[in-house]
Design a binder for this molecule. Structure first.
Ligand code: EPU
Length: 277
């Protein structure tokens, strides 16, 4: 899992599938079900902390080109789950279509972004969704309307299925307006976020009306280190892997942070990242 996650942490996985197409994906899921394996669907591994001891289940990654197609139909984008969000943002920009530029700088695939309803403070990817096509763990394909997906803050009902793709509604705009938003977001990220070390982005969800980063910072935890894991000196909601961090190091640091924030502010922080064991 170390090579599959942006955190660069995690042991070996018992089963790893990169299906070549939807049929093979279905076969992999049926195999996993027969063996009663836990299924871990991974995109580009940007929001995952995997156990050092490895995973006993089946990791499935839609990395084949057959899961990375997209097409524009006027102002709609129909894209498969394996597409990188960054490349879809670029493709929409070329066509002067607005909506996706707000997610500039968010790492990951479209599938991963939809499952966690990735976004920024004001906008989430779910806002753009018309429908999402999924495969359930029995291999059946279904298209869900937005209203069936239950998009919430960094959450959706898509975590127990494999996302195959989605239709996103974009709007005609101008290159100048789209680029202005993209440049502002890139500058803000460069200024406040720590991308110089491997990490999984923000570790905790923001509590209602608050910023997890600010609360952790106010506890004086910037720079706090357990083994190879450290609370970023730049943004306190980032834990960075300073080299050879283990999942144990990160989990211990997460506990220290949760306890400190709870003690000082009576706020229970909730993980944004997926912790896979
Ligand atoms: N702040 C501090 N100290 C810190 C970090 C932040 O005082 O160490 C303060 C900032 O000064 C600011 C406030 O906290 O006043 C909010 O910080 P920021 O603007 O960095 O936004 P955030 O709430 O920490 C959220 C998302 C980010 C997203 C940014 C930009 C969550 C958990 N985080 O961060 O998403 O990039 O807004 O819109 O929703 C992610 O999901 O992985 C992620 C990085």
């Amino acid at each position: 899992m170390r090579s599959l996650t942006t955190f660069k942490i995690g042991g070996a996985t018992k089963y790893y599938f990169e299906p070549a197409n939807q049929e093979e994906l279905g076969e992999s899921l049926i195999f996993a079900k027969k063996k009663k394996l836990k299924i871990y669907c991974i995109g580009s591994g940007s929001n995952v902390l995997a156990d050092d001891k490895g995973l006993k289940g089946a990791v499935i990654r839609l990395n084949n080109k057959n899961f990375k197609n997209f097409k524009f139909q006027e102002a709609k984008l129909v894209a498969q789950a394996g597409c990188l969000l960054s490349s879809l943002i670029g493709q929409a920009g070329i066509r002067n279509l607005s909506g996706l530029e707000y997610f500039t700088g968010i790492p990951g695939t479209l599938g991963g972004a939809l499952v966690m309803n990735a976004g920024i403070r004001e906008k989430n990817i779910g806002d753009l969704v018309e429908d999402v096509t999924i495969m359930d763990y029995n291999g059946s394909i279904k298209t869900l309307k937005k209203s069936e997906i239950g998009f919430g803050y960094r959450s959706s009902r898509l975590s127990g299925v494999v996302v195959l793709g989605a239709t996103l509604k974009l709007k005609k705009s101008s290159a100048a307006k789209i680029n202005e938003i993209r440049e502002k977001l890139i500058a803000a990220r460069k200024k406040s976020q720590d991308w110089s070390w491997p990490s999984a982005g923000c570790i905790f969800k923001n509590p209602p009306g608050e910023s997890a980063g600010k609360l952790i910072d106010l506890c004086g935890l910037k720079g706090k280190r357990v083994g190879g894991a450290q609370v970023s000196l730049k943004h306190a909601n980032f834990i960075v892997n300073k080299g050879n961090a283990t999942s144990r190091d990160v989990l211990r640091l997460i506990n220290i942070i949760k306890n400190a924030v709870n003690r000082k502010f009576k706020v229970k922080l909730e993980s944004e990242i997926k912790i896979w064991r």
